[in-house]
Design a protein around this ligand. Structure first.
Ligand SMILES: Nc1ncnc2c1ncn2[C@@H]1O[C@H](COP(=O)(O)OP(=O)(O)OP(=O)(O)O)[C@@H](O)[C@H]1O
Ligand SMILES: [Mg+2]
Length: 307
């Protein structure tokens, strides 16, 4: 598959600050890649280098086959950008801003269709400075889409969105990738990464510390699992359930005992537990097997880096 973005050995120094310290990154055509990382990790710096706003200190970069610094004009015809900081002409109306921006592109989308797409229909005649923060952010997304781009760079695109607007934005992004477009986004919202991204890369202090699918990154799918259930009244002890030699915690909830077991091999444990329950014709209340959430994995990856 063709690469939409290819980066190797990327470095960026701001004087003594080493903002990006050797990043290799590939984004396949048609893929959504989410960059996750704490404040100051280097996400915006990487994205702005790819957009040609900043010059790398070192490294090889290709964006849709272009060098973003030397071939910027041709690259920008094929790319849509939402910057972390909104930068739109404040005294123009929503429609004016989108029409003006559309005129920069060879094959733009219809501005009125984009206005509807990002949910600004009622505000098309309003001046930008009168829009609320979340509505300005919708306009930013509209501006990124107006050139009908093959590749979108979205730096915290849904910050300030209400929950409905966020879901609408996710639908928009998904519909684009359904058409084979590519998205590189940054976000602090784990649910956004979980829902939207085909792959996530966690970056801390200028280095990628892990990457993978949202479901498997950091060993989410194979690491320690938690098995929970309410201890049935019929069981005299947890040993009777075949849990004698496991690490478990018991917490009283509502007069009942909630059992929580951490295990690296949930399958045999569940087999013992459910065999006992089936033999005694008991439905195990609250039975649940939980893997670490994306947020759990993210927090441990970025905490290790701080240590
Ligand atoms: N123009 C600049 N001059 C000096 N230092 C900078 C500049 N831009 C960024 N930095 C520094 O580079 C590092 C990475 O910043 P960057 O904006 O890329 O982080 P980020 O991951 O996008 O963070 P956030 O989640 O807060 O947006 C930080 O230490 C930041 O202070
Ligand atoms: Mg940033």
């Amino acid at each position: 598959m063709e690469l939409a973005v290819s980066v190797s050995g990327l470095r960026k120094d701001f004087g003594a600050v080493k903002a990006v310290r050797g990043v290799d990154l590939e984004v396949q055509t048609g893929e959504v890649l989410a960059l996750l990382g704490p404040n100051g990790a280097g996400k915006t710096t990487i994205v702005e280098i790819l957009e040609g706003y900043q010059t790398a200190s070192a490294g090889k970069i290709a964006v849709l086959g272009h060098d973003p610094r030397h071939d910027r004009r041709r690259m920008l015809e094929r790319v849509g950008i939402v910057l972390q900081e909104t930068a739109v002409e404040q005294f123009l109306t929503v429609r004016e801003v989108l029409r003006r921006r559309a005129s920069y592109y060879p094959h733009p989308r219809d501005p009125d269709a984009v206005i509807d797409l990002v949910g600004l229909g009622e505000k098309s005649g309003a001046r930008v400075r009168t829009l609320s923060g979340g509505l300005q952010r919708r306009l930013d997304l509209g501006l990124a889409l107006i050139g009908d781009p093959e590749l979108l760079f979205l730096d915290e695109p849904t910050t300030g969105f209400d929950p409905n607007a966020r879901r609408e934005a996710w639908d928009i992004v998904r519909s684009l990738t359904g058409e084979g477009r590519t998205v590189l986004l940054t976000t602090h919202y784990m649910d956004e990464a979980q829902v939207l991204a085909d792959r996530v890369a966690v970056i801390a202090k200028g280095v990628i510390v892990a990457s993978g699918t949202p479901d498997s990154i950091g060993g989410r799918d194979t690491g320690t699992a938690k098995v929970r259930f309410v201890l049935p009244e019929q069981a005299a002890s947890t040993a009777e359930l075949g849990l004698a030699d496991t690490h478990l915690s018991v917490s009283p909830i509502d007069g009942r005992r909630m059992i929580e077991v951490d295990t690296d091999s949930p399958t045999p444990l569940l087999h013992r537990l459910t065999s006992w329950a089936v033999a005694h014709d008991i439905e195990l209340e609250g039975l649940e097997v939980a893997r670490p959430s994306l947020e759990d994995v993210y927090l441990s990856l970025t905490a290790e880096d701080k240590a």
